[in-house]
Design a protein around this ligand. Structure first.
Ligand code: KG4
Ligand code: ZN
Length: 356
């Protein structure tokens, strides 16, 4: 068994976590996360400079708290340290990377740089006692505020090569990510940033068939998404309703109809990808994997789509950004002997937009 400390600071969540990894087990011992959402809310989005300053003020506290909750008095007690070093806001990433480098060098621990999306992929395995419903090739959907990517994953995480994300990508968004589609349409309706959760909650009281919004590229044999048409359609509809003085009373129906359009678009491409690539099961991760309608529809329709087992979603707390998933992805790399040590680890840098 190996114990890892993970650190995540790529955007607006400052998080540290401790996981324990053994044969087919990845147990989360602790997670400490400070979400900056409320700090950025007045600006309608994440302000990079404010994000990095806040990470700087919070990161040591998150690390101390995560170690303490796991029963450790310092980083000396863990076997390795994993940190998100790409992609993300470069100033925000640098805070986590610098903290991880300092700890790894001082305590002479291996340091594992983690791609943020590999972290989301690893969230599938956190606290999972049974992997028997994960059938390969697995269709992995990473649906977050920054990405709507579909991957055809050939085997278990212990065998993922360093560039497996690049190699297994089969579909992506051509414009906004699914989370951005939620956030931007939510903004048009007057909800505070980020808005995805509010649309989900308000949609419970609305009719998903009340408004007919476009489904992204449904007729085409492409696995790519496009959500810009939806945003324009919602803007025009909201404007019309506002002029007529009936926007407010239509908000629940608008939310339900927007959510249905996004969920439909995801389901159409998930079904097409499964068919084209012969994927046997499905895992959905990232912030949008918390959406109740997406979970409900996939849980009801997986057999019709052609999967052999029900869809896999991480626990809600592991859908949005957290350091447990980073520590988890780091554990798989550590087992493969892929880490930095000694003076070499001091060369690690933060990368905003990596090629890989
Ligand atoms: O994975 P995440 O925390 O950050 C990125 O790596 O981007 O995802 C954040 C995104 C936001 O766009 C947020 O609105 C969306 O996830 N989100 C939701 C829900 N909860 C979070 N979208 C729809 N329904 C939800 N319940
Ligand atoms: Zn994320």
């Amino acid at each position: 068994m190996k114990t890892l400390l993970g650190i995540e600071s790529s955007c607006d969540e400052c998080s540290a976590a401790v996981v324990r990894y053994g044969p087919e087990r990845l147990d989360v011992l602790s997670v400490s996360t400070f979400s900056q959402i409320r700090i950025h809310r007045p600006y309608g989005g994440v302000v990079p400079e404010i994000a990095s300053r806040n990470h700087l003020e919070t990161v040591n506290h998150m690390i101390e708290q995560a170690l303490k909750s796991a029963g450790f008095s310092s980083a000396e007690a863990v076997d390795a340290i994993a940190v998100t070093n790409r992609p993300g806001l470069v100033g925000a990433l640098l805070v986590g990377v610098s903290a991880a480098k300092a700890l790894a060098y001082a305590h002479e621990k291996p340091l594992i740089p983690v791609h943020h999306l590999e972290g989301h992929a690893a969230s599938v395995f956190l606290d999972r006692v049974d992997r028997s419903d994960l059938l390969f090739p697995l269709l992995l959907a990473i649906v977050s505020g920054g990405h709507s990517n579909l991957y055809c994953v050939p085997g278990p995480p212990e065998l993922w090569p360093p560039d497996f994300l690049n190699r297994s990508l089969v579909g992506r968004s051509r414009d906004d990510a699914a989370g951005e589609a939620f956030d931007k349409t939510a903004k048009l309706l007057g909800f505070p940033y980020p808005g995805g959760k509010e649309i989900d909650e308000t949609a419970q009281k609305g009719n998903p068939k009340a408004f007919e919004f476009p489904r992204a590229l449904p007729q085409k044999a492409t696995l790519d998404f496009s959500f810009s048409g939806l945003k324009t359609a919602v803007a025009l509809t909201a404007e019309k309703l506002k002029t007529a003085g009936i926007l407010e009373k239509n908000i629940p129906d608008l939310c339900a109809s927007i959510q249905e359009a996004i969920v439909d678009a995801l389901l159409i491409k998930i079904g097409l990808a499964a068919k084209i690539h012969g994927c046997r099961s499905l895992a959905v991760v990232g912030g949008v994997a918390a959406n109740s309608r997406l979970r409900g529809r996939l849980s009801a329709e997986w057999e019709k789509i052609g999967f052999e087992s029900p869809p896999i979603f991480p626990q809600l707390k592991y859908c949005t950004d957290n350091a447990a998933m980073i520590a988890g992805a780091g554990a798989f790399r550590l087992a493969q002997g892929k880490f930095l040590r000694g003076k070499e680890l001091l060369t690690l840098n933060a990368i905003a937009n990596p090629e890989t």
